[in-house]
Design a protein around this ligand. Sequence first.
Ligand SMILES: Nc1ncnc2c1ncn2[C@@H]1O[C@H](COP(=O)(O)OP(=O)(O)OP(=O)(O)O)[C@@H](O)[C@H]1O
Length: 753
Amino acid sequence: MTYLKGYVDHIRFRNEDNGYTVLSLDVDGDEETVVGLFPFLNEGEYISMEGDYVDHPVHGPQFQMRTYEIVAPDDIDSMERYLGSGAIKGIGPALAKRITKKFKMDTFRVIEEEPERLAEVKGISEKKARAIAVEFSEKQEMRQAMMFLSGYGINNNLAVKIYKEYGDHLYTIIQENPYKMTDDIAGVGFKIADEIAKKVGIGSNSDYRIISGIFYTLMRALNEGHVFLPKHILCRNAAHILGVTPEDIEEHLLEMMIDRKIVIEEDKETRVYAASQYHMEVNTARMLLDLNIHYDISVSEVETMIAMIEENEQITFAEKQKEAIHAVAEDSIVILTGGPGTGKTTTINGMIQYFEHEGLDIRLAAPTGRAAKRMTEATGYQAMTIHRLLEINGEADKERDLRKGATMFERNAGNPLETDVIIIDEMSMVDLYLMNALLQAMVPGTRLVIVGDSNQLPSIGAGNVLKDMIASEQFKVVELNQIFRQEEGSHIVRNAHLIHQGRPVELDNKSRDFFFLQRNNIQDVLGVLVYLVRDKLPGYVHAKPYDIQVLTPMRKGELGVERLNQVMQQYLNPPSDEKKEKEVAFGLFREGDKVMQIKNNYQLEWEMRNSKGFTVDKGVGVFNGDMGIITEINDYTEKITVLFDETKEVQYAYANLDELELAYAVTIHKSQGSEYPAVVMPILSGPRVLFHRNLLYTGVTRARNCLTIVGDRNMLFSMIQNVNEQRRYTTLAYRLNQIANESNEDGMDEFGL
Ligand SMILES: Nc1ncnc2c1ncn2[C@@H]1O[C@H](COP(=O)(O)OP(=O)(O)OP(=O)(O)O)[C@@H](O)[C@H]1O
């Protein structure tokens, strides 16, 4: 054990999560490298340590700290050094010299006790003197607060946020109601607050705990897609999470309603909403109804236009396709829906020509980058993601946003989109949150064309916007039902429609694009999957193995995403001396791996470079379901670089790797809105709640050129018969009708009826 004392000259590296730091220490003019956990240390501080000298194989000799203490500088030089180090805003080396020259050994006492005297020094006004004193004492307070918070296992990053939010009050908040942090601080959820509460000794029946737990239960439901929960389910789930009785939960609901944290609505069932969700739904419904305007236009003129478009395109539109073009001429909100190959894109092209002819300005968007790219290719018109259309600014944090209603888009009610028409494709993937944001950026008079397949699974995020809008019967809906692609010989399309109708698919393998391979056990299924993806299909569909997607209903189990990814990684991207690896909780990432972002990150930065490596575009936002390839793992910078869509480069700090997952296999749910040249689906066995018709339909329709199902025929047929999809708790359709009826009644009132 050795003792060492000196000034922190330079902090070379710090892991902000655990405080691990590498620093240069000035020991009487000699530089020493010191490593250890120093979460709260600043440059310019004077420390005294116990530790050992070790010889690091790469970095050479260094001092490994065991314990340390920040000691108040006790000589004039040290004080000058600390003040001039940049630790105190507004004081540089020259000023530090003047201050210490004036007050000598008394310097720190003067700053703390008689700060006004600082103004005696040349260059310090009275105002600046006060600012220096505040900064000086804040530094001390902050360090003290961090020490206190670390006692509850709170890391440095979070501690800074807590300190900045609460200042001195943090001690009372932590000790009396740590759950308050879940409202105020992004990154503190119920789980973290509950851990702290347990350490503080707050009982499991505390009111704060129960209220926070109820809110947490609603937020969990939100993550599963529900906008509200029926009261009895909320009470049951929250009671389970909190380890109390459903009666304990029910008792607190009224109070939460009075505090406007939740909204309770009595209807056939009693519904409980987080207040933010309730208002979002109401606003969405209102804005939709306000936008929905009917125009009286000449039908024959539109007919003439359609004939002209048909002539231009050398196409004869089906009746429904014509109806859709009439619809967009007459109504400012139109929903165009239909299964695969029913001519939706062709109809969009017809609509675009109509709008262009009318001299209207058109914007195209889709919920994912992939869908936007496909839309661009199919229409020849530049399409973008809805996030980009709304000019995401990357400043706000989503969680906090949802609660506080701030906006994270440059385009909003105060700065709406300036266009005449917005066409959104793949609408089934748009959740309530995004729809609400889009509508806020639209002014009445703007037309909205919504295109999608309402039989796809609902959005990953909460809500069921497309289906609810259709169910409300408040908008013009055109459903395309003639299948064109089938006539071109696609069995994928034909079978998708059979699945949708609940009829058995043809499994005779006489098709060129739809195959079924009966395999009866997991090992055989796995063997075939690897063979298909690695060896057989790339040649068949003229694609790389990475373009062939394994889709599975489940996350867990031998044929779930997690296990399949490990197996596929082993075969498609095996270990190699040239490829760096990074261990993570589930296993490891390797350079060359196919990965997926698994949550929306509105702040993550991306860059696009040209072939010479120059940045040509950059922005923020990487979203749930985006797929890419790991191009670099760098242990020195502790970052992984991922290339998304072959163009966008994103860097992930090691601390954020939980946002990434291997993506050789993904759940069918996550594959929504994407299309792949070839899809392979293991369907062998699994829980009935997952193996339902819509899931199969969504999986099958993801395949563009080739689909292979491997597994059990009986399971496949029972999946087609199983329509018991889990209910999504949303009330947008109800809300639309409710608001529409209210305004009709208001209208009648005006006429005295
Ligand atoms: N009226 C029509 N007459 C002849 N062929 C048509 C017609 N409408 C569409 N098609 C053809 O049918 C095929 C599928 O059409 P389209 O791509 O527009 O459908 P979609 O609904 O967008 O399909 P998906 O969602 O699967 O991409 C295309 O090859 C298209 O050229």
